[in-house]
Design a protein around this ligand. Structure first.
Ligand code: G6P
Length: 607
């Protein structure tokens, strides 16, 4: 949801900012822009569309300067257009912003009454106007930013520069992420650490309410009360290679192929022999005794991971468990208290709805564990305990590897809780760990089906409607398969528990509505086959996600997305891979931008 970058150093900021923006483009790509200070002037270039359009413009109208800020936008206030692109400039003040100014209309009216003329529809321009107004009254850039922040409500991350103070950038964050990267004779700024990769591995994460000043000589940070903060950098272990495409046509394809290794890493971090060790200390026995319920809060793909995690927690830890949409949970009068363990799942750790749900759950006294990929994200800072997904940077907007990694972590939580509560027999525990350890092999095997899947995808690339069905552990898989197709191929796709089909969706089925059925060999196989026969009888074309050796199921299918033979516990891991590939190849066959689907952003940091 908008990417912010900044550079203060000795080099020309423009190529550095472009490189940083490229890594953040997943956060938004409606428009892009940058501003530098050059020879006493603030110069701005902006363009509508993806970053490539800005690069073309900079080729025609070059910029140079040693201090600069940049932005890639996902529109909230004001349609994607040139006038609404960032930086927003007022006099010699240029500002980039992520977030929403909640009292923006009020401020806009006040400023309008004072004679300010607005050139855009954005809430961002209001901030730039406030800074410029304060500076016109004699404030320094930092004082001007402070004055603006005092009048704004809402969460924000922003960066400002001004030709009158040419060598510095002022940055501020509250509720949204901003990271400073300390290099040699240079300081960088990014909405997340991926922006900084390749230039520095030393990062300082701004805390809520902090204001930072960046110059080539270093960074200074003040807290909300205006006091200087002493905080050393943290070392970031992610590498440029991890964040590069590595020869694949798209990041998504690379990330799908990384899954066996990622799952090996995620499981390796938490399995010791045939034991689960989520941290240096086992789960506190008092907590395990006290907890009588688990609530998992998440959105999007993370919520689908929660659906499968919920089943694992109920069956292995014998605790009632709810998988709740974070945006619903935060406003629901849910029955949660100190005996409820709250798990918030979020790849980014910045999803506004999930963060708000986390805060609400905390407010009601629940212990809070974050299952998160981005360490030091806002969610991890709000939680009592963080269980990292260990998936490395995920660049493609549609989540793949972090879906699997978060499911793995939730299964491990189920086992550790079950063990701490004394409800899992040692043999069940050992068998479950054995099955989980088999996931990387199962994923490798699932990837072997890629060519066959690409061929099937090509046959269905023109279909406009799909129904995805699954049962039990694979209801989440069916929903995730449908979501991937919606996100990437802009195709109408419904995901349903197969048993629900006859209560409505069956009315949709005809020969134009392919039905994708997730059909592993588990205890629900016979039931699922009946659903499949019912769909066939209505003329539906059946695409089965099933083992090629499962002749009874294969016979009922028009096409098969091959599934390796796996323990039922891990079937959601193996079965989603063919669906990810299917969606990828349908979208690619349609010539769509797989990594940057329209209207979506990787992390949605507004409500
Ligand atoms: C956005 C993304 C989805 C993602 C969801 C939750 O909508 O487009 O791919 O699943 O946010 O993101 P999170 O970072 O909280 O897992």
């Amino acid at each position: 949801m908008c990417g912010i970058v900044g550079y203060a150093g000795a080099e020309n900021a423009v190529p550095v900012l472009l490189e940083c923006l490229r890594r953040l483009e997943y956060r938004g790509y409606d428009s892009a822009g940058m501003a530098v200070v050059d020879q006493g002037k603030t110069l701005v270039r902006r363009s509508v569309g993806k970053l490539a359009a800005l690069e073309t413009m900079l080729g025609r109208e070059p910029l140079a300067g040693a201090t600069g800020i940049g932005h890639t936008r996902w529109a909230t206030h004001g349609a994607p257009s040139l006038k609404n692109a960032h930086p927003q400039q007022v006099n010699d003040v240029a500002l980039v912003h992520n977030g929403i100014v909640e009292n923006f209309l009020e401020l806009r009216h006040e400023l309008g009454d004072e004679g300010c003329v607005f050139g855009s529809d954005t809430d961002t321009e209001v901030i730039a106007q406030l800074v410029a107004q304060a500076m016109a009254r004699g404030a320094t850039l930092r004082e001007g930013v402070r004055a603006a922040l005092r009048r704004m409500r809402g969460s924000y991350a922003l960066a400002v520069l001004c030709a009158r103070e040419p060598n510095q950038i002022i940055a501020a964050a509250n509720g949204l992420p901003l990271v400073l990267g300390l290099g040699c004779g240079e300081v960088l700024l990014g909405s997340d650490v991926t922006a900084l990769l390749g230039r520095t591995e030393d990062a300082i994460f701004l805390e809520d309410g902090e204001v930072a000043e960046l110059t080539s000589g270093g960074a200074r940070i003040w807290n909300a009360a205006g006091r200087l903060v002493e905080r050393g950098p943290r070392h970031v272990a992610w590498s440029v290679e991890q964040a590069a495409r590595g020869g694949y046509k798209h990041f998504m394809l690379k990330e799908i192929h990384e899954q066996p290794r990622v799952l090996g890493d995620a499981l390796g971090a938490y399995l010791v022999g045939d034991r689960v060790a989520l941290g240096p200390e086992p789960v506190d026995a008092a907590l395990a005794r006290r907890v009588n319920r688990v609530v998992i809060a998440a959105c999007g793909t993370s919520w689908h991971a929660a659906l499968s995690g919920r089943i694992a927690i109920e069956s292995l830890a014998r605790l009632p468990c709810e998988a709740a949409w974070a945006h619903e949970l935060r406003y629901a009068d849910s029955v949660v208290d100190g005996a409820t363990l709250a798990l918030c799942v979020s790849q980014s750790g910045e999803t506004a709805d999930t963060l708000a749900a986390a805060r609400e759950l905390r407010h009601r006294g629940t212990p809070l564990w974050a299952v998160c990929n981005v360490v030091s994200s806002s969610l991890t800072r709000a939680a009592d305990r963080t269980l990292c997904m260990h998936a490395g940077p995920e660049i493609s907007v549609a989540s793949t590897k972090t879906y699997l990694a978060s499911m793995a972590v939730l299964h491990l939580v189920a086992l550790e809780l079950g063990h701490a509560r004394g409800v899992v027999a040692p043999e069940t525990l050992r068998a479950a760990v054995r099955a989980l350890r088999d996931i990387p092999r199962a994923l490798e095997a699932a990837l072997q089906g890629e060519e066959a899947i690409a061929r099937v995808a090509a046959r269905y690339a023109d279909s406009e409607h799909f129904l995805f069905l699954g049962r039990g552990r694979n209801v989440g898989t069916a929903l995730e398969g449908a979501l991937k197709l919606k996100e990437l191929a802009y195709t109408h796709a419904e995901g349903y528990p197969a048993g629900e089909m006859k209560h409505g969706p069956i009315a949709l089925i005809d020969d134009k509505m392919p039905v994708v059925v997730v059909a592993p060999r588990d205890h629900l196989r016979e039931k699922l086959r009946s659903n499949l026969i019912e769909a066939r009888a209505r003329g539906g074309r059946i695409i089965g996600v099933c083992e090629l050796e499962d002749r009874d199921t294969v016979e009922l299918c028009d096409d098969v997305l091959p599934l390796p033979s796996v323990d039922p516990l891990i079937s959601p891991f193996a079965a989603v891979v063919p669906l990810q590939l299917f969606a990828y190849y349908v979208a690619d066959a349609r010539g769509l931008d797989v990594d940057r689907p329209r209207n979506l952003a990787k992390s949605v940091t507004v409500e």
